[in-house]
Write a protein that binds this ligand. Structure first.
Ligand code: F6R
Length: 373
């Protein structure tokens, strides 16, 4: 049942190229330069006229929402707010019929997320669910559904559902963009080409498995970890930290790299491993600026004797001379490099947890689906 893998988590990490192929299948057309979603109860006129998107989710799905915010704002030019479902439902949020409320939930049964969906419906907002379980509560109740076809996720720690959610959010961003006429067929086609290239790049990234198993030997006794990133890589830093804490019980925190001077720098000493998520898209000025700024954060960590593990784009020689450990991922657009960069973080957390003798698939105090608050 584990397909030759020692744990479901490792199997599911390795299933990510397939999960993404399945999530894209039948939904993108290079010929038409269009994205096709299943029919929804939301009329076309509403899709054309949304003024705002609000996304509610929990845990790893909330991290996907933060990536989705960047992608939707960039591609569909719509303002996006991201909320924890547990906050949204008790917050008296400002909503109207021009706001699309999106919930993201692997299981479709998370109590707070389903409650957020019901609250949005109650206030007359069109609702949309990104969900991995057909027939689940969220999938049944939302006005529109985009199923991630990741297949059953058994490991409590979410991996393939997360990367599939990011791809689903990308499709939603393109769908909104084409309805709002901010993306031409040629624009959509260019994005679809990049999406279709992603599974092969993920396969190459999974080739780092042995290197990360080796790296875990050096770090499995650490008591704390810091994860840093900018832009779309900040939620990836948060996700890397969450994976590590939930399965290895090592304390870990994620921060936007630019926040270091505002407090977290005080934590840095020679015992603190700092994971810096810093791929770069050559020729994308915003990405280049974020990279340069993160590189100076890296120099600051080094100046304080911190030990850096950097996740970088293949061929990055600048980082190689500075960081103790460099894990390369294939070149990709800024947004899609988030999907590639999370893979080494999943593998690092996995191998550290195994070395610590933890119950990887069933971490203490956690349940796969949180159906009570
Ligand atoms: C972390 C993890 C949890 C879930 C969260 C939401 O690895 O699995 O943080 O992401 O409980 O679950 P869903 O997506 O089913 O609503």
């Amino acid at each position: 049942e584990k397909g030759g893998f020692k744990h479901f988590m490792l199997k599911e990490i390795h299933e990510q190229p397939r999960a993404i192929r399945e999530t894209l299948a039948g939904r993108v057309s290079l010929d038409d330069g269009r994205v096709y979603l299943d029919p929804t109860k939301i009329p076309d006129s509403a899709w054309e006229g949304f003024r705002r998107v609000v996304i509610a989710a929990c845990g790893t799905s909330w991290h996907a929402a933060l990536v989705g915010k960047s992608v939707i704002e960039e591609l569909a030019r719509l303002p996006v707010e991201v909320d924890y479902a547990s906050e949204f439902r008790y917050r008296n949020p400002l909503l109207d019929e021009h706001t699309l409320v999106v919930v993201i939930t692997q299981s479709g049964e998370t109590a707070d997320t389903v409650a957020a969906l019901r609250e949005a419906k109650h206030r007359g907002c069109p609702t949309f669910a990104i969900c991995n379980v057909p027939g689940s509560m969220a999938a049944r109740e939302a006005d529109g559904v985009l199923l991630t076809h990741a297949g059953p996720e058994i490991s409590v720690a979410s991996t393939k559902a997360f990367t599939s959610q990011i791809v689903a959010l990308y499709l939603l961003a393109l769908y909104l963009g084409q309805h709002r006429a901010v993306l031409s067929a040629a624009d959509v086609r260019a994005h679809v080409e990049q999406l279709l290239a992603l599974p092969t790049k993920l396969e190459a990234t999974l080739g780092q498995d042995a290197a990360l198993a080796e790296l875990s030997k050096e770090f499995f006794r650490a008591s704390d970890f810091l994860y840093l990133g900018r832009g779309v890589h900040f939620p990836i830093a948060l996700e890397g930290a969450l994976k590590l804490k939930e399965i290895s019980y090592i304390h870990a925190e994620g921060f936007p790299a630019g926040e270091m001077k505002h407090g977290p720098n005080a934590l840095i000493d020679e015992r603190l491993p700092v994971v810096m998520v810093m791929p770069r898209e050559a020729g994308n000025p915003a990405s280049e600026v974020r990279y340069e700024k993160t590189l100076s954060n890296l120099q600051e960590v080094k100046a304080r004797d911190g030990c850096v593990i950097a996740i970088v784009t293949e061929g990055d020689t600048q980082t190689a001379t500075l960081a103790e450990h460099v894990i390369p991922v294939p070149a990709a657009s800024d947004a899609l490099s988030a999907v590639l960069a999370v893979v080494p973080l999943q593998l690092l957390a996995y191998h550290i947890a195994v070395r610590r003798g933890c119950d990887v698939d069933q971490p203490r105090n956690l349940a796969k689906s949180v159906t009570v608050e």
